[in-house]
Ligand binder design. Sequence first.
Ligand code: APR
Length: 320
Amino acid sequence: MARNKIALIGAGQIGGTLAHLAGLKELGDIVLFDIAEGTPQGKALDLAQSSPVDGFDAKLAGTQSYAAIKGADVVIVTAGVPRKPGMSRDDLLGINLKVMEQVGTGIKKYAPDAFVICITNPLDAMVWALQKASGLPRHMVVGMAGVLDSSRFRYFLAEEFDVSVEDVTAFVLGGHGDTMVPLARYSTVAGIPLPDLIKMNWTTKKRLDEIIQRTRDGGAEIVGLLKTGSAFYAPAASGIAMAESYLKDKKRVMPCAAYLKNEYGVKDLYVGVPVVIGAKGVERVVEIELNRSEQAMFDKSVEAVRGLVDACKKIAPDLG
Ligand code: APR
């Protein structure tokens, strides 16, 4: 059986780490695409030279040509620019929106059957734009945010309780970062929900609120430490987990920015919700009932996403 083909659009910090992880996990052959000449070629060659040491077989190539992504099974998009001092969110939105239009056109032409995972920020709006620009079926285009947010939440909880990260599950909804909606009653340690753990004196409501806030600010905390860029190891690991669930038809239940057609009462918008990812792409949206405060947080998050998408529609009316 031929190997799968994974195309990575954007060969920066996250793109390079995605390629490394995809190699180590032997997910398939890897093509790195970037507009920066030499960068994807250099990273591909460096990674290929690590394969004999680590013992993985994968073809790695770097390119400036979309033709090289032809027939990719999975495309992971990190192309774009991060925010720099003095730039407004709208500036970033406008620049990355143009990037999504270019990338979408490339995917439409050369990889129309791929499962596409968007990581570029502002995530919930960029995945919307990428789906519009590529014209791919909506269940084949998703955004990576919730896996990262819930992984951060799980890590902080495991640290708090001094238990294995493997035994902590977290359930998050909504947009990426600031407007993330953590659902404490569906987040557990070995099946024990967080509110019960408060009753058992494992933690306090106050500590839990602090952990939730730290999770929401997780990206900013890392930008503050790195100063020259944003997080890349955990975002890449999260993107790879989604790609693996698709390629291996694992049908994992993961929080992703998925297109909603009235689930959770939301229409025509990408919002973070739990979905099943298998060989058919997004195979199911998991819809749960929210209590009043959860619903209020979710509504706020949806409004923030809608605001960003409306800004995109103003800048690029053709997409809308
Ligand atoms: N087409 C292809 N690649 C592009 C384009 C484009 N039009 N514009 C920029 N790039 C490339 C850059 O050359 C760079 O190599 O995208 C890459 C982005 O890499 P980094 O700047 O290292 O950013 P990274 O940390 O990987 O994050 C990428 O993901 O989490 C988000 O906010 C983050 O939007 C950012 C994206």
